[in-house]
Design a protein around this ligand. Sequence first.
Ligand code: HEC
Length: 150
Amino acid sequence: MKFALASITLTAMLAVPFAAQAQFAKPEDAVKYRQAAFTLMGAHTGRIGAVVKGEKPYDKAAVEADAAVLEMVSKLPWTAFPQGSDLANSKAKPEIWKEQDKFKAAADKMQAEVGKLSAAAKSGDLNAIKTAFGGVGQSCKACHDNYRNK
Ligand code: HEC
């Protein structure tokens, strides 16, 4: 019963990212959390990227696993942008908190692209993976261009 409740809470948290901001004791904790999630996203995107670029042989199971991790972890950073967390060690631009709708739309866009990549990975069609990967990369870049400092 406890377990069921916990998973309901987790699902609710993931579904309402900006409502879940009270869970960090300090803004620094939120910065660490989101940077950790982005670091994992970067790692797994990079592994699929190496296959897409032909630097690594295509292994269906490996790409599928990387896409699954990416799909899961890409839900996490958005719970960790509380007001006042544009700290010195963060590259998050203050615009994030002025344009929350647009920022959220960029996150949703990326998640939709990641969903397509995950589906392509399951299909085992490398060309479909390449196409979907391009969409993911653009969605990462679009948000970084607008909301991340260099
Ligand atoms: C909706 C906006 C948005 C999207 C989409 C997005 N990012 Fe980011 N990303 C950010 C912001 C903002 C930061 C800076 C976070 C900070 O320093 O507080 C960041 C930071 C990062 C970092 C650096 C983490 C660190 O330790 O400093 C990596 C790596 C990264 N993103 C990878 C990705 C990848 C890969 C994707 C696409 C699969 C992606 N991001 C999609 C907004 C986004």
